[in-house]
Structures are given as C-alpha cells and as structure tokens.
Design a protein around this ligand. Structure first.
Ligand SMILES: [Cu+2]
Length: 473
C-alpha cells in the first residue's frame, strides 16, 4: 500500500515534533530530553505506522556454494580446519551468512519462522521515481529476527540505501548517526527518490562484516518517463533521457558480491576473522557462481507486487527452491540472460564485493548509458535549456569498483538462423569477469565465479518479461 504524504498521521506528526525539538534544545529548555523520550522512540514512530510497501527481515542462515577441497584455515586452528564446505552446515548448504528476507506477505507466525532462513543476495526491489504530482512515498519496514547461530552477537541491523541523494540522517541507516534496529524491533524507512537509476542497499551495522556476510542487494528507481511509448516502443526506460536512448525490452539485475570463506566460517564457529587477510574465495553474480548462475530463478508469483520479486513459499513461509535445484533454496536469483534477436536488453550492474571487477560481454558491444544512478550526459549549459552532451559509450568490458553501479544496454545480434552452436536453438555469448581469478578458481574440478550466458533466440521465440531476470521461456 502506498501512503499519501499529504495525509499526515499521528506518527508523522511525532516525527515533526522531533524536528521541532532541535529548536527547543537550541533554546536550552531543560525538559526537552524528556519530551523527546516521550515523542521520539523510533518503535513508537514506526511500529504503528500501518501499511508498508515492503517488509524485510534481517537474520542469519545458510546458503550454497560449490565444494572445493582447497580452502583450509592453517594458522589459527590447530591442524587446520576445513573452511569450505562448513562442517556445521546442514546438507546441502555450505556457507553461513547474514541476510535479509522479504516477509511482506507472510503471516506473523511465518515471519518469525524465517529466523535462520536468510538468502543471498538480499531481495531485489524497485520503486517509482517520486512524482511531485501525486506525492507518494515508498515505505520499507525492517525487522531484526536475530541471529540463531550467534545469539551472543546481538548486533542491530539497518537498511542503508547506497548513493541515495538528499537523504536525511534519520533514514540513512548509518547506525552511529541514525537508528539501528535491535533484535525483535521494527523500523520503517521512508523514501522519496528524486533520481532514477540503479542503486544498491546494505546493512550498515559493522558494515565490513555484515556486507561480506551477505546483507546486500539491488534497488532500482524507475523513471517518470516510463510508459511513454513515443520515444521507445516498450515504454520502459532506465532514465528520463528525453530521446529514448535508455529504452529497453528486457532487464536483468547483475549483482556482484564476494565470499571470503574464512570470515563466514569464523562467524559460524565463534572465531574472529582477521579482516586484513581478506581474500575473496568466491565471486558471485546474483548470489551464485557459474554454472549455477544459469540455473532457473526460484519460482516467482508474477503480478503480486509491482515492487519486488515474490518468491513462492511453503506453508511455513520458507522459500521454495528452483525445481530440481534444492541446494539453491537460499540463492534464489538466476543470472541467465535470454532475448530475441534485435531486442534491446538492459543489464543493471552493481558491485558490493570489496574488489574491482571487469565484466566482459564477448562478441556484443555494451552501451554504457548510466553510472552510479546518473544518466551519461554532460551538464546542460545555460540553465538546462539545451540538453547536455551525450556521453554514452560502447565497450565490451566495464570495470566496476566496490559500491559502483553501471547501466548498460546491448542490442541482441541477429540469430544465426540454425539451431545454434549448442544445438538448442539459441546463440550463446559469455558474460564473465575477465579478472580470471574471479571467474575460475583453478581448483581441481573447479567452480566458476562471476560468469553467465546470454542466449539470443530467433525473433518472437522468447515471451515477454514478467519481472526482472525473468527468462520469458
Ligand atoms: Cu546487519
């Protein structure tokens, strides 16, 4: 449900009292702290706030990464310890994580049952750019279910929207200057996104640890230009470009993250990782490594939300895995790109690993149309009367640092006309990290890393996309 900002309710008035409270402090009124305690407790502000657009729960859990015998912890544990797969992990999972779950449509009982059921990456969500004409905000409620395996780590969680402009500290999620959400409590973040594009979000509590442990995800802001079919026939755009240059037919999230198994094992076994030893063992796309990246999405209920992927659940509210892939229950998102020849495909990259990566699409030029939620265009001279210089460029590789996002569009090349080199009716192009240590660990029978495939079909073969990363087949 959306909430009209013009319909001020009790909670928003309380919040405004807080803003006014600063004036009283400036005036030196000695009773003000009591007043603030009466009006400002964040639980009071948010727990009665009613309808929210999205409800996330922070907790811990297990996910899957392919086994390799190579990763041990030789120095800090006598005789060494097998870090991966973690011996404490319940089959078929391998790796301890912190993460978020989308509990918006779950009952209270189902929600509480999701403690210890974290997923990676965190749920993707998207919202519309703030429209001054109808003044609709976007409210994300976050609760902290606690850490089942580490009750001694009574860390708070937060939602920090990385790159959000015009943020006010109260809703920034940086815990030393804002609200942290202790175990068992709720907080609602209110967003009024004025700049469209591709962003990321993460928990900002102990952020090196909580980011590495998996509390990271993608968020899009859809432009007001969406729905205009005169600039591009689909009416779907990444930016308010004014010329249709960011129009696309299909969109795919490409979220980059990393796992340093030492730190995950350490958190599971009540040990302290030495963060200056950081070395990513796994580099993931949408929480998986190749070839799991081309395995299906977890089953999605299309159409139940305009703002997020509604992964189907069982009666307990637990995620259903992709059919035939029970080990991917908590890595729900595919990275396979499917399209018809001639279509424009948008790839929304964001990196919340700690290393720079080099994503290459072999054989197809990518056009970079946006970076860091900003259209590739120079400043308009003379007060914006004239459009700025178009600075979009074509490349086969994007170098993407930690905390950066890239929006690229490619036009799918002509289909080969035959059954394709694979014999399955499509042409395959590789999308991979050309920093090879992040796409192949060289271990015996080794796993792939940040790699996936683009499959181009003959025109009219792939059906329309129902949600981001939907294969359409
Ligand atoms: Cu956290």
């Amino acid at each position: 449900m959306k909430k009209e900002t013009s319909s001020t309710n009790l909670n928003r008035r309380d919040f405004l009292k807080f803003a006014g409270g600063a004036v009283f402090i400036a005036a030196g009124a000695g009773l003000v702290p009591q007043v603030l305690r009466r009006t400002l407790l964040p639980e009071e502000v948010v727990e009665a706030q009613g309808s929210v657009d999205l409800y996330l729960a922070g907790t811990d859990g297990w996910m899957y990464l392919p086994p390799t015998p190579q990763i041990i912890r030789p120095s800090s544990v006598a005789g060494g310890a097998l870090l991966h797969p973690d011996s404490a992990a319940p089959d078929p999972f391998t790796t301890y994580i912190f993460g978020f779950r989308n509990v918006t449509l779950l009952s209270e009982t189902q929600k509480l049952a999701q403690k210890f059921k974290a997923q990676h990456n965190a749920p993707l969500f998207w919202l519309n750019q703030f429209d001054p004409a109808n003044q609709v905000d976007f409210n994300v409620q976050v609760t902290n279910l606690g850490l089942e395996l580490r009750p001694d780590l009574f860390d708070a969680h937060t939602l920090h929207w990385h790159g959000f402009r015009n943020v006010i500290p109260f809703f920034d999620g940086e815990p030393s200057g804002s609200i942290g959400i202790p175990s068992g409590r709720n907080f609602t973040y209110v967003y009024r996104p004025r700049e469209e594009g591709t962003y990321m979000y993460h928990c900002h509590v102990e952020d090196v640890e909580h980011v590495q442990m998996g509390m990271t995800g993608l968020v899009f802001v859809r432009p007001l230009q969406d729905g205009n079919t005169s600039l591009y026939s689909s009416g779907k755009y990444i930016y308010n470009d004014g010329d249709g240059s960011t129009g696309y037919d299909r969109e795919f999230a490409m979220f980059l993250s990393e796992v340093w198994t030492d730190s995950h094992w350490a958190d599971a076994h009540v040990q302290l990782p030495e963060w200056s030893d950081y070395k990513a063992d796994f580099a993931m796309l949408n929480g998986r490594v190749y070839p799991d990246t081309i395995a299906p999405n977890s089953p999605i209920n299309a159409g139940t939300s305009e703002h997020w992927l509604d992964v189907q659940t069982d009666a307990n509210g637990d995620l259903l895995p992709p059919a035939g892939y029970p080990h991917l229950q908590y890595n729900p998102h595919s990275s396979l790109v499917t399209c018809n020849a001639g279509e424009r495909v948008a790839l929304r990259f964001a990196n919340l690993g700690f290393k720079e990566q080099a994503m290459t699409l072999a054989g197809i030029q990518m056009r970079v149309v946006g970076r860091d939620a900003t259209l590739m265009r120079g400043r308009s001279p003379y007060g914006g009367i004239t459009p700025g210089t178009n600075t979009q460029y074509e490349t086969d590789t994007i170098n993407i640092g930690a905390g950066e996002s890239f929006d690229v569009i490619f036009t799918a090349p002509a289909h080969s006309g035959g059954s394709g080199s694979s014999g399955l009716g499509y042409d395959t192009y590789m999308l991979y990290n050309r920093n090879y240590i992040s796409s192949n660990n060289l271990a015996p029978g080794g796993f792939g890393g940040q790699a996936t495939e683009v499959r181009v079909y003959g025109s009219g073969t792939v059906g329309s996309q129902q949600y981001p990363n939907d294969w359409g087949i």
